[in-house]
Ligand binder design. Structure first.
Ligand code: YSA
Length: 343
């Protein structure tokens, strides 16, 4: 039989195969060792060399195109068999897209805040959420019985160790990390500390019992309140843009002298006064000040040589101001309609 005729016949037969058994019979018939192609290749061995080469090449071309056709027929029969199998799964259908999650808006805000401070040379460090009374209060110039402890309604942890027990708590702010960092580092210090904090407080539109802060600390020679204000104004500009107003006011924290708080004009009412800003037009975002000399000397720093500034910034408040969110509780209700709005 002529090679091209053989090829046409084989391909027509391949189209007729209805299942994998039929396909195997086809393979044995046309491509097997006793099939016409193998016989043809054997028969040309007695031809003169040039003739044998030409005939051999054409036969091999036909053979490899039949092999390709066999392979693709096998694939489509296999697919058809699986898609109609008992499992009922049709694997020839397009796949279902895997829904991708995204970062929680508070995580996004954490990252933006840390990136802003990193661009100014601050390093990011983290610390424990269950803390000793010593770091949360005492080392911050708040001894037992000090009235300032009332500013931080505390969740105490029932814990005693073999030395008789030291009071432990869920940290009420990220400030204990100021002390932990200074104990381990010689100035100059420039760190920010993102973290979760806990207060035994009723919730409302701007307060949660579990919320997030970013602490900041810079200690060096010749650091002044002007450095504190310059740094925080620059970060406010990076986070909120040029056209937002920032305000500093004096306030009291035992671990700073002097102490300030910083507020940004309310995103909801643009300073008119609303329930989010309690009618003031401003939302407080952080407490700050010049680190008290008692705090510096307790960790062994030379207070004649070194001064420093520190701040503790409320992450939810920043997110609320940036996105115009009027209730802090929305962040923690896991409502996807809310969460999907962010990036
Ligand atoms: C002050 C001086 C320093 O040298 C360093 C840090 C500080 C801040 C201090 N540790 C502190 O926690 N101050 S604060 O109680 O006023 O809280 C700081 C910020 O956290 C507030 O400005 C506010 O933005 C946010 N915040 C406070 N209580 C909150 C809250 N956010 C949500 N829910 C609450 N219950």
């Amino acid at each position: 039989m002529e090679l091209q005729e053989l090829k046409a016949q084989a391909l027509a037969g391949l189209e007729q195969t209805a299942d994998l058994e039929g396909l195997e019979a086809w393979r044995v018939r046309f491509l097997g060792r006793k099939g016409p192609l193998s016989q043809f290749l054997r028969s040309i061995s007695s031809l003169p060399l040039e003739e044998r080469r030409l005939q051999g090449e054409s036969a091999n071309r036909v053979k490899s195109s039949l092999q390709d056709a066999w392979q693709s027929r096998r694939e489509s029969l296999r697919l058809a068999q699986v898609s109609t199998s008992q499992s009922g799964a049709d694997i020839s259908l397009p796949g279902r897209p895997m829904p991708l999650g995204r970062l929680h808006p508070i995580t996004q805000t954490f990252r933006d805040i840390c990136a802003a401070f990193q661009s100014l040379g601050f390093e990011v460090v983290e610390g424990p959420e269950v803390e000793w009374d010593y770091y949360n209060f005492e080392a911050l110039n708040i001894p037992p019985g000090h009235a300032a402890r009332d500013m931080f309604s505390t969740f105490w942890v029932d814990y005693t160790d073999d030395k008789g027990g030291h009071p432990m708590l869920l940290r009420t702010h990220t400030s204990p990390m100021q002390v932990r960092v200074m104990e381990k580092t010689e100035p100059p210090v420039r760190v920010v500390v993102p973290g979760q904090v806990f207060r035994y407080e009723a919730t409302d539109a701007t307060h949660e019992a579990v919320f997030h802060q970013v602490e900041g600390l810079a200690v060096d020679e010749n650091i002044t309140l002007a450095d504190l204000k310059g740094t925080l104004y620059e970060v406010a500009r990076l986070l909120f843009g040029e056209d937002r107003k920032a305000r500093f006011r004096c306030t009291y924290f035992p671990f700073v002298e002097p102490g300030v708080d910083m507020a940004i004009d309310c995103a909801m009412c643009r300073g008119e006064g609303c329930r989010v800003c309690s009618g003031t037009g401003w939302l407080e975002i952080l407490g700050a000040g010049m680190v008290h000399p008692n705090v510096l000397s307790r960790v062994g720093y030379d207070t004649q040589r070194y001064t420093g500034f520190a701040f503790g910034l409320g992450v939810e408040r920043i997110a609320m101001l940036r996105h115009g969110i009027d209730d802090i509780r929305l962040f923690f209700q896991n409502d996807l309609r809310f969460l999907r709005q962010f990036r």
